[in-house]
Design a protein around this ligand. Sequence first.
Ligand SMILES: [Zn+2]
Length: 431
Amino acid sequence: MDGAPIEDGAVRVHQDRIVEVGKFSELSALPATVAAKDEVVNLGEHILLPGLINAHCHLDYTCLRGRIPHQNSFADWIRGINAEKAELTPRDYLRSIADGFGEARRFGTTSIVNLEAFPELIAQLLPTRLRIWWCAEFIDVNPPVKPAMQAARLSRQTIGEIVSEALRNLKSIPYNRGGIGLAPHAPFTVSAELYRTCEKIVARDGYLFTTHIAESREEMEMFCEQSGPLFEFLKSLGRPMDDCGANTPLAAFLEKLDPPRSEAGSRAGPSRTGSVNRHCHRLLIAHLNELAESDFDLLAKLPQAPSIAHCPRSHAYFRHRPFVFERLNALGLNICLGTDSLASNTDLSLFAEMREFRRVYARVPAEKILALVTVNAAKAIQAEDFLGRIHPGYQADMIAIPASFETASAYESIINFTGDVPWIMIGGEQA
Ligand SMILES: [Zn+2]
């Protein structure tokens, strides 16, 4: 992802970093004393590429693979996952996350944006070499559609206390090669107060900020028309529905961040994009499947283009309408790929996500598709200066797959690759 593929290529790694890249024969000679201590790993006929980055995932639900069949209604799917979650214990979640680590690693994923509903459990996990961006996920629809153990807490603590406690838990993870972030779930499950609390902290401390927007037709129907299965479902839970009507999910999200002036109690002041100005370069939106024409105007007006995590196989599972890749790409949005959770997908392979993406967008060159899980995904987590490329100064996160001579290019071989990735290095350590 840093120029054309290099035949007989070699990478010199020192400690956790890449220090030199070129043909093996052209790498600079080291002084004899250093060279004697240098270890040479000969991978043979393999393609070496950057470790893959999963921009959207919920490892909590790795154990729900195959448990929820496709539902015609998104609201029914939510009912389905809530019923499954009600049966899970903290031990199940810990096992799920650890299994997810193993599976992601097997498929050559070295970094994961993981939306974590149980930050308080993470300290009990064995350390992983993977780089995880732990993003505390919050829902405060009333009554909370959270597992019981969290519902009780939500009623006792203020929103600020809940967010602070989650952050304390994430910061106390002893060995974290990735980063942390906040993930208020979605405009249909998050209040304006919760969104604003998270946004303020993100603007102040520079964490990753990610949220689901406009995933389903029912979410659009709910916000635009005050009707539909999701509207009825959330209304029946007691959620205040006064943010619905004449709004799209994207507009509802922006309005929650920057309320109309009358609500804020001031007639003067910045427009709705004021807050978006502050945080948008750190905003990673999952999905964005449902967009009205007015949403494209809103996106075009944002001072900093957000990143979009598109989840091709989860998209196919839900049978959403086609993701408008070309239009969003043309607007300058940074598009990357994620697997989403295994409650709506079959495994954590980003190779399979690239293949599904190509099935739908056959004209996008293979090199651009690989960028969605390397350079673009690195940019989405503000790691473009040290992840996603094999480049001097970057972290030595690399994977190797057997070279195939049957395809036109190395990029084609990569997208066609199936199976376990045989060689992986994270931060200079072979993992
Ligand atoms: Zn998700």
